[in-house]
Ligand binder design. Structure first.
Ligand code: GLN
Length: 247
């Protein structure tokens, strides 16, 4: 099968609510790294009040947001809970959720002030906000990546803890990660990934971006599709510049 016969559909969930610190850059990285390989890309936005068509998409992206926007996002995610579970667990679709979006894929997010926000429990994690905000650069390691190192930027007051059915996404080397205590960063359940790393994450971590693309292609075409190697000089410079950086 030629790449030009391939197509990946990306669902950008709640760009009107959860889209801070340049998280939109993750959509652009996925789009460009697919198109640079002559793979067709469709991007569909699902905004507040709209329904997710779980049969249609291969990758779902949810960005980060302030506590206030998370209130609405929590209500919206509940309305789409069944569709999201079908997409993730029946169809093996790829999910990437950043920070506030990540917290709401867990069981709940308890802000420092205000009512507890329900999550949908797709990730077996829970989050309670502390008094201090974790702000700064993060260097972490993902065991399933060859180069392993992942860089990003964290800005959250939420402290996330993993229960038994969630595996850590990464191990923190520099920074706080999930809670500043257990050296975990993010969480994974099959093809569902949640992380605190803004940056945006994927442009600075091309290996991770390609890993998610490979998972989405395998989910859709039910075989491993090798990805053409791209010139990642610029991405590599941006990545190396942040490895080990604190602020
Ligand atoms: N409001 C949440 C927190 O402070 C998430 C913040 C974010 O998405 N950057 O933890």
């Amino acid at each position: 099968m030629l790449n030009s016969e391939l197509k990946i559909s990306i669902c950008h969930m709640y760009p009107d609510l959860l889209n801070i610190y340049g998280d939109m850059g993750n959509i652009l990285a996925l789009k460009n790294r697919l198109q640079w390989r002559d793979i067709e890309v469709e991007i569909v936005e699902v905004k507040a009040g709209e329904r997710v068509n779980y049969k249609k998409h291969d990758i779902y992206f949810i960005g980060g947001g302030q506590d206030q926007q998370q209130i609405m996002a929590s209500l919206e995610l509940q309305k789409n809970k069944d569709a999201i579970f079908k997409a993730a667990l029946d169809n093996n679709s790829v999910f990437l959720a950043i920070c506030g979006g990540y917290q709401l894929l867990g069981h709940y997010y308890q802000p420092f002030q205000g009512d507890k926000l329900s999550g949908i429990g797709l990730l077996d994690v829970y989050t309670t906000a502390g008094e201090t905000r974790f702000i700064g650069n993060v260097t972490a390691q993902a065991k399933f990546l060859k180069k392993k190192t992942v860089v990003g930027f964290e800005n959250h007051s939420g402290l996330t803890f993993l229960n038994k059915d969630a595996e850590p996404f990464m191990k923190v080397k520099i920074g706080h990660g999930n809670n500043g205590k257990d050296k975990t960063e993010g969480a994974r359940n099959r093809n569902v990934f949640g992380t605190y790393l803004h940056g945006p994450l994927l442009p600075k971590n091309p290996e991770l971006c390609d890993y998610l693309i490979s998972l989405a292609l395998k989910k859709k075409y039910e075989c491993d599709i090798p990805l053409l190697k791209l010139n990642d000089d610029i991405e590599g410079f941006a990545h190396k510049d942040r490895v080990g950086a604190k602020y």
